[in-house]
Design a protein around this ligand. Sequence first.
Ligand SMILES: C[S@@+](CC[C@H](N)C(=O)[O-])C[C@H]1O[C@@H](n2cnc3c(N)ncnc32)[C@H](O)[C@@H]1O
Length: 319
Amino acid sequence: MDKKIKPDWAGEDLLSRFVNLLIQTKPIYNVMKSQARQVLIKTAEKKGISWRQNYRELEVSGAKELLETMTNSLVVYPDYYKVPFHAYEEGNLCWQAAFEASAATRAMALRIWPQENISWQTAQDRLRSSFQGVITEYAPRTVRDILDIGCSVGISTLTIHRYYQHKQGKNVRTVGLDLSPYMLAVARILDVNEEISHWIHAKGEKTDFADNSFDLVTLQFIIHELPRQATKEIFQEALRILRPGGCLAVVDNNPASPVIQNLPAALFLLMKSTEPWSDDYYTFDVEVAMQEIGFEYKTTVASDPRHRTIIAIKPTGDL
Ligand SMILES: C[S@@+](CC[C@H](N)C(=O)[O-])C[C@H]1O[C@@H](n2cnc3c(N)ncnc32)[C@H](O)[C@@H]1O
């Protein structure tokens, strides 16, 4: 039998259409959403993630006072970004989303290895190091400049920065970029030692960076949140700002993963209902899009049981 490349609950399959109908039935959806949230927080706290305490600490951390400084008033939010997301009515454009992002990221890593009795720290390390392992095989030998697009509260940015800093010594300049100034304000607070050069409020589709200015661009868990047209535009922008030989590294949900394909009904329902571009993501041929845009596609690796890492290189022009 052929290997399935996407789950039946995504795309135009009967199951997928039935799920979409349920989601559009507001009373059912609202009950589901609030119950799921309670379960999410309780499960995380049982596993040592201080969800509510973390939230309270961030509320008085000074992040709110940074909002104005972090905001670029010239940014125009695309329509796809202004819809409810992850059960937040204002999507990523609110304090609740920003104050819960660290805890949610820790909980996400723990869900990858449900059978193993590991801490959230171990799960987070494993998740990030499997990604780094794949990048290292393809990225330029010396990485001086890194851009993390969709950096959220900066966990992915700090991790990739420290990895290269440790590997190479002191010569790495890393920039985190996100469309949410709320996320960026929290990122700035969590970057206690100011390891990151800049936290930039911009669209990944249109940065102001010069051509050929980065060796590595990462997209960590952002593209499943985007319509495919936005992803293609971000790839285009990455191609422009990468140096020849530079590496585009994507890590995200793996449509071919048996775990994802066999998610229990309640879970995929929840996932689809809180991430409005899921269907588009799960049916999108990312590798083909990279090549059409002009990247040299290198590999797709199931870097953990739920996620894939995809690597592409900006051609050097050498024959
Ligand atoms: C799931 S979070 C990323 C998590 C983070 N990279 C990590 O690995 O822990 C996705 C982020 O992408 C950002 N985002 C969505 N669309 C974007 C766009 N077009 N340009 C820049 N950032 C975007 C969101 O604001 C959100 O903070």
